[in-house]
Design a protein around this ligand. Structure first.
Ligand code: SF4
Ligand code: SF4
Ligand code: FES
Length: 639
């Protein structure tokens, strides 16, 4: 490939690629995101190629290996273009049937999405509720392109924005477009991207750096990973546009080494962009030079913080430093450095192509555009969802997520990862944007969204996040290092029924101290999940402390398993299952759990036949009054 030396050469190449691709030629698009690969998508791809060859269809049907389609819950996802027919949970044995259906224009009914409410089969991907209520500005191209093939990106309009910028806009015009679009950083705090770019541009010192943060350490979050894996060129294009506006000629992509596919696809995208003259010296003949390097991070949560991340790129331990001077002014090697996360950069080409006013027309007045969330937890449809800012939590959980699993009740939604908070069910009409979630004590954060059902213990949940953060703390400052340990100690004793009521005040005091005295955002926000659970679910804490009961039935020290004498049929399945030998009983004798031996594993509940339903779990430390302590004769035999 000869380097493209002008915007005109890029436009001609794009035209040629589009013309070569027949629009009506069927294409089998196979999700090759990490989730689907784990389910065997790699093998599936090989089988499709072999099947097409066996049926002599290799020239008449295309195959495309793409990034994540978002509906990871139902992987492996296969979509047929241009018909948009979507097959879910495709297995190797399904391949010949799918190929035959593509050839004949038929549909394999059994692989279609079934609407749980109506039982109706839905053929088109865009009609499946999970997709229908989304607005996939950033994620949408993931399923249309092979991230390893730059021509796929060019075919959907890739690098058009870069070309427009370097050939016809001044850096100030670019910056002003991004400022007017009111793009806010998608990585955590929602700081206006344009303002940050402006700060770096005007800060004294050369060179200036632009950096992509693809660290993403929140439990359950994988949106940056999926964009980097599925569409690395759009991130690079956004980065280059930012560099042009800021006056930077060197960029870094900080990416977790634990994201091997993202790393591979990124390296390949960089090599291809260089080969095509879209990266390097004199880009598209404009005189603009830009190079980019990749830094593979060791995957410490705290290294996602800007000063820690930059220290890691410098080759030192990725720990935060006091930011008396912001990294936008003095960052990498003490030079002005602009850091944005993957999703923020990925929005930039669209803003340039379609304009600030268009971008502002999506979302809310304070938060423009869309946001990708990793919708996980006790929800029917887990996966990546992209919605306009301002979409309500209820719509995300029920319309897109398909509601709570197993018909359970929704209790809360945890947003924003360890720095965010829990929003109770009463607030599900809240429009999700940076400001509204902040008012509730939570945050958009990088976009983690964990659905919690009635069987979630909020004290246990707070303990989980505190423990995660204590493990991830770099230990540099005392309030974080010691404060988190003390908080975990108190919360653990609450879950064991050993704490006093006054300790709730101590927890709040510690939380305030961390907020005021910690060096970085990890420590400053560490108490948010705890504080929101205390704010909205205080009675649950009090019940643990005062009544020694876990209302959700989760904390092992505060629940009791017992066998209902009226329901036990003495089938002995539970005796054979209990690894602690805690169950006693014999033929025709009602079985009994010896509480001192029970480790609360719940295996007996699972094995007791549902038609008997004789083993129950109750909050508290005692079985109900009247529960036999010794085996007694059964009232009904097993039939
Ligand atoms: S707040 Fe915690 S993670 Fe942040 S610098 Fe201090 S010890 Fe390290
Ligand atoms: S909960 Fe576990 S340990 Fe306790 S009785 Fe049932 S199987 Fe045995
Ligand atoms: S990895 Fe296949 S849909 Fe997400």
């Amino acid at each position: 490939m000869n380097r493209l030396d002008s915007p005109g050469a890029l436009a001609s190449l794009r035209q040629r690629i589009i013309e070569q691709r027949k629009h009506d030629k069927p294409c089998i698009s196979i999700c090759g995101g990490t989730g689907c690969l784990a389910l065997g998508a790699g093998k599936l791809g090989e089988l499709f190629i072999a099947e097409l060859a066996a049926q002599g269809l290799s020239d008449s049907i295309d195959i495309r290996h793409t990034g994540c389609h978002g509906f990871c819950e139902k992987g492996t996802v296969v979509v047929i273009h241009p018909s948009d027919v979507c097959y879910l949970q495709v297995q190797p044995t399904d391949v010949p049937e799918v190929v035959a259906a593509v050839k004949s224009g038929n549909i394999v009914e059994r692989l279609l999405f079934t609407d749980p409410a109506t039982g109706e089969k839905i053929a088109k991907q865009s009609d499946i509720p999970f997709y229908r209520y989304q607005y996939r500005l950033v994620l949408g191209d993931n399923q249309r392109i092979d991230p390893k093939n730059i021509e796929d990106y060019l075919a959907v309009g890739g690098y058009k924005a870069l070309s427009k910028v370097v050939s016809g806009m001044t850096p100030d015009q670019v910056l002003s477009e991004v400022e007017q679009a009111q793009l806010r950083g998608r990585g955590g705090a929602g700081f206006p991207a344009g303002k940050k770019w402006f700060t770096t541009k005007n800060a004294p010192g050369e060179p200036k750096y632009v950096i992509v943060n693809c660290d993403e350490g929140d439990p359950g979050a994988f949106m940056d990973r999926s964009v980097m894996e599925g569409n690395p060129h759009c991130v690079l294009e956004g980065l280059m546009i930012g560099a042009y506006a800021i006056g930077s000629h060197e960029g870094y992509v900080y990416v977790r080494a634990e994201y091997p596919l993202a790393v591979t696809n990124l390296f390949r995208a960089i090599a291809q962009a260089e080969e095509y003259g879209l990266l390097g010296k004199n880009i598209l003949g404009s005189g603009f030079d830009f190079t980019v390097k990749v830094h593979q991070g060791a995957g410490a949560f705290v290294s996602g913080e800007s000063s820690a991340l930059m220290t890691a790129i410098e080759g030192r331990v990725g720990e935060p430093r006091p930011k008396y001077i912001r990294t936008a002014v003095r960052g990498l090697w003490n030079k002005p450095s602009n850091l944005n996360n993957v999703e923020t950069w990925a929005n930039v080409p669209q803003i340039i192509n379609r304009g600030a006013e268009w971008f502002k027309s999506i979302g809310t007045s304070g938060s423009s555009g869309t946001k990708i969330f990793a919708l996980v937890g006790k929800v029917n449809n887990t996966g990546l969802v992209e919605v306009p800012m301002g979409t309500t939590l209820k719509d995300i959980v029920f319309k897109i997520g398909g509601g709570v699993r197993d018909g359970k009740k929704l209790k809360a939604v945890q947003t924003g990862g360890p720095s965010g908070g829990c929003i109770p069910v009463e607030y599900m009409d809240t429009p999700v944007d940076f400001d509204e979630l902040d008012k509730l004590g939570s945050m958009v954060g990088s976009g983690g969204m964990i659905v919690l059902d009635e069987e979630t213990c909020m004290v246990d949940l707070a303990k989980y996040f505190l423990t995660f953060l204590a493990d991830e703390s770099c230990g540099k400052c005392l309030p974080c290092r010691e404060g988190l340990k003390q908080m975990i100690d108190i919360v653990t004793r609450i879950t064991r029924g050993e704490a006093e009521m006054e300790e709730l005040d101590t927890l709040e005091e510690l939380a305030e101290t961390l907020k005021d005295a910690c060096l970085c955002a990890l420590g400053q926000t560490a108490a948010n999940p705890l504080l929101t659970t205390l704010r909205y679910f205080r009675p649950e804490y009090e019940t643990h402390i005062r009544d020694k009961k876990c209302p959700a039935g989760i904390c092992p020290d505060l629940v009791t398993f017992y066998i209902d004498a009226d329901k036990c049929k003495a089938c002995s399945l539970c005796i054979r299952t209990c690894a602690s030998s805690a169950i006693v009983g014999s033929k025709q004798m009602v079985h009994v759990i010896e509480q001192s031996k029970c480790i609360k594993c719940g295996a007996c509940v699972d094995i007791c036949p549902p038609k008997f339903g004789a083993i129950l779990k109750v909050p508290g430390r005692n079985a109900p009054e009247g529960t036999p302590k010794e085996p007694i004769k059964v009232r009904h035999k097993v039939k």
